[in-house]
Design a protein. Structure first.
Length: 131
């Protein structure tokens, strides 16, 4: 976990909204959970940056502010970052064949981006699990 992240109840502070430049993204890893914050047309989105086709890192993909999409840098799949839906699959095939991206629940309080520790698929743990 980054030194800048702090925990407050059921939320984890990631950064200030002003730290995310327009049209750019900022990646965080919390106990193995990858989170990308991206600001497009002034609105922040929080996605898990893993392409559901072959698990490439979408934080290196092309973000389109007007369409609110990200394109996979590996095979070109396109995802709606507002809904997580796959709009186009790899190499231009039907996007309906791909599972959607995970979207993180978060909120903004006084210029702070706070990720909810409790997500639909489970809790974000605060320490690495030991095997």
């Amino acid at each position: 976990m980054s030194d800048t992240m702090t925990i407050s109840g059921d939320s984890i502070f990631l950064c200030k909204t002003s730290e995310i430049p327009e049209g750019r993204n900022k990646k965080f890893v919390i106990s193995g959970n990858e989170i990308v914050l991206v600001k497009l047309e002034g609105k922040i989105h929080a996605i898990e940056p893993i392409c559901s086709h072959l698990w490439s890192d979408l934080s290196h993909g092309k973000f389109n502010a007007r369409a609110r999409t990200v394109q996979c840098p590996l095979h070109g799949a396109i995802f709606d970052i507002s809904t997580g839906a796959a709009l186009m699959g790899p190499f231009g095939c039907d996007g309906d064949m791909l599972p959607p991206l995970r979207l993180y629940k978060f909120r903004i309080e006084q210029d702070s981006v706070l990720i909810d520790r409790r997500q639909e698929w489970g809790d974000i743990s605060l320490t690495e699990s030991k095997t």
